[in-house]
Design a protein around this ligand. Structure first.
Ligand code: ZN
Ligand code: ZN
Length: 298
């Protein structure tokens, strides 16, 4: 039953109330982005498709997998600061929050995997783990004290503090350039259709790979290795491997476990841009996977 105050409240004030809530803003944005992504299908062209594919790789592999996840969150390898900033800026274009927020969320996930305190465990529901936590949960918003505890390394970096407040800016600039150079169809494919596909792919790592797939390691959580999520996310689907060895920059441990992000990190190494790479190797004598850190990966 609505209160007297609620009925008396002008529409503009109600709208302001909705807008002031970060979850509602996110809901409005995600719904609109899905509509724009569907609209993109009516503006099909080869340049548009190619733009979407290239941006899917730049933002999903270079940005989210290699940048936000394996470099920033787990420090699985090292690169010169300028390369790190480039990869992380690519990561902002997945619109999954700024680097400090994303890293805090993900370190929380590793610290409390599938237990109380995990922001997105399927034990609270598959849909919750997929997108519910963004629409109704913490999303990427954390109290200052939690950020200070989980991402102090990034809080000391001025660029990351700025980028976290303005994480939508790089994609906004790309969108303007795409409209100017390629027209609306290219922008709709490169920004919106690419974005919603990539968001669902990343969310599948939180939902599907904690529900379905094979386990190689006893990790004490529900993480699984999923080949199809790995294909969609450039290797992030080898999630049981990852929970067993979080700092390993390599997630696909066997030759048949395709891990494009690992190939990307190897490419950076061959270019002399990545070093101190942590990974694991199977030791047949002890019959166990052992962590190693090497300048040269054989
Ligand atoms: Zn996980
Ligand atoms: Zn991780």
């Amino acid at each position: 039953m609505k209160s007297e105050d609620d009925r008396a409240m002008p529409v503009s004030q109600k709208l302001q109330g909705i807008w002031a809530n970060r979850n509602s803003r996110m809901g409005i944005f995600l719904s609109s982005a899905h509509l724009c992504g569907i609209a993109a299908l009516f503006f099909w062209s080869w340049p548009a498709v190619l733009t979407a594919i290239v941006l899917y790789w730049i933002t999903g592999s270079l940005g989210t997998g290699m940048g936000y996840h394996r470099l920033l969150t787990h420090r699985g390898y090292k690169v010169p600061k300028v390369v790190e900033y480039f990869l992380v800026t690519c990561g902002t274009m997945s619109l999954q929050g700024g680097p400090i927020e994303w890293v805090t969320t993900h370190r929380l996930h590793h610290a409390h995997t599938d237990r109380v305190g995990d922001p997105h465990t399927p034990r609270d529901g598959g849909w919750w783990a997929h997108v519910g936590w963004i629409l109704w949960g913490t999303a990427q918003k954390h109290p200052e004290a939690v950020i200070a505890r989980y991402a102090p390394d990034l809080m000391n970096d001025r660029f990351y503090r700025w980028l976290t407040r303005n994480y939508y800016v790089p994609l906004l600039l790309i969108a303007i350039v795409l409209v100017a150079v390629g027209g609306w169809g290219v922008m709709l494919w490169g920004v919106f259709l690419r974005l919603i596909l990539e968001l669902h792919a990343t969310w599948l790592v939180n939902s599907a790979t904690h529900l379905w797939g094979r386990t190689r390691f006893e990790t004490g959580d529900d993480s699984r290795n999923s080949w199809w999520v790995a294909l969609l996310t450039f290797g992030e689907g080898w999630h049981n491997n990852h929970h067993a060895h979080p700092t390993s920059a390599r997630h696909g441990l066997r030759w048949y476990e395709i891990d494009m992000n690992w190939i990307g990190i190897r490419a950076l190494q061959l270019l002399g841009l990545a070093h101190a790479i942590k990974h694991v190797r199977f030791n047949p004598v002890s019959s166990a996977w052992q962590p190693i850190k090497s300048e040269r990966v054989r």
